[in-house]
Design a protein around this ligand. Structure first.
Ligand code: ADP
Ligand code: MG
Ligand code: MG
Length: 209
């Protein structure tokens, strides 16, 4: 018990919980433009349930992240619940139990999470979803891992990549999720899921090193 990596991952997710709670209304307002005005509230419910978990009960980050994933599936609802849940469940499986949290291991886990999201959501880059923020972040982490960059630095770069991906959703026509019902009219609005996903990477950059 008291695994140092679990403590770090918990610090990340607590920062995320605070961030989502702080921006809940803003995320819901984005969803009002091209969805059904609930994304911030959905996510807030999920992160509050995560923050209520006791990290000391988990022997390794995999066990903790598995519980986080299941908690998101059961509390967030909508499209984002199963997708965020899958992201964390896949990360849980991909994270080695016996090695340190590094740029390479974090990149590998997040890559597995991205693959889970795109499989489950049948989504790809350019569909105007959370994938548009997550995919560039993963790519940047992989490049930095190959270059031997430290995790803290790599996560700063990955945050910038996610922000750019998020901002680029404004000009896209939605091809997945509720926003796709709007067709061309979804253009000109930032995707709420890309916004909440970017916050997840920004939280990682503030807490993981
Ligand atoms: P709902 O649309 O069911 O109300 P939310 O509002 O909580 O769910 O979440 C909407 C977000 O989920 C979108 O902004 C988008 O980023 C993401 N999303 C929806 N469908 C998909 C999908 N098929 N693949 C990836 N992300 C998706
Ligand atoms: Mg919604
Ligand atoms: Mg909804």
């Amino acid at each position: 018990m008291g695994d140092e990596r679990v403590t770090k991952v918990a610090a990340w997710l607590h920062d995320y919980a605070d961030t989502i709670t702080e921006h809940s209304q803003e995320l819901t307002d984005l969803d009002r433009e091209i969805g059904d005005a609930d994304h911030g509230f959905n996510m807030e419910r999920g992160v509050k349930a995560i923050a209520a978990l006791d990290p000391a009960q988990f022997a390794d980050p995999g066990a903790y992240l598995k519980k986080v994933g299941m908690t998101l599936v059961s509390t967030v609802g909508g499209a984002a619940g199963p997708l965020y849940g899958t992201l964390f469940l896949r990360m849980a499986t991909a994270l080695p139990t016996d090695t340190a949290l590094t740029t390479a291991t974090f990149a590998k886990a997040l890559r597995a999470g991205l693959e889970g999201v795109t499989q489950r959501g049948k989504s790809a880059v350019g569909d105007k979803t959370m994938v548009d923020a997550l995919a560039p972040a993963v790519e940047r982490l992989e490049a930095d891992a190959a270059a031997g960059d430290k995790l803290a630095n790599a996560l700063k770069h990955a945050s910038t990549a996610a922000q750019q991906g998020r901002d680029a959703t404004v000009d896209l026509v939605a091809r997945r999720g509720r926003a796709s019902y709007l067709g061309e009219r979804s253009k000109g609005h930032l995707d709420p899921g890309a916004a909440s996903l970017t916050m997840l990477i920004e939280s990682a950059a503030r807490t993981l090193s």
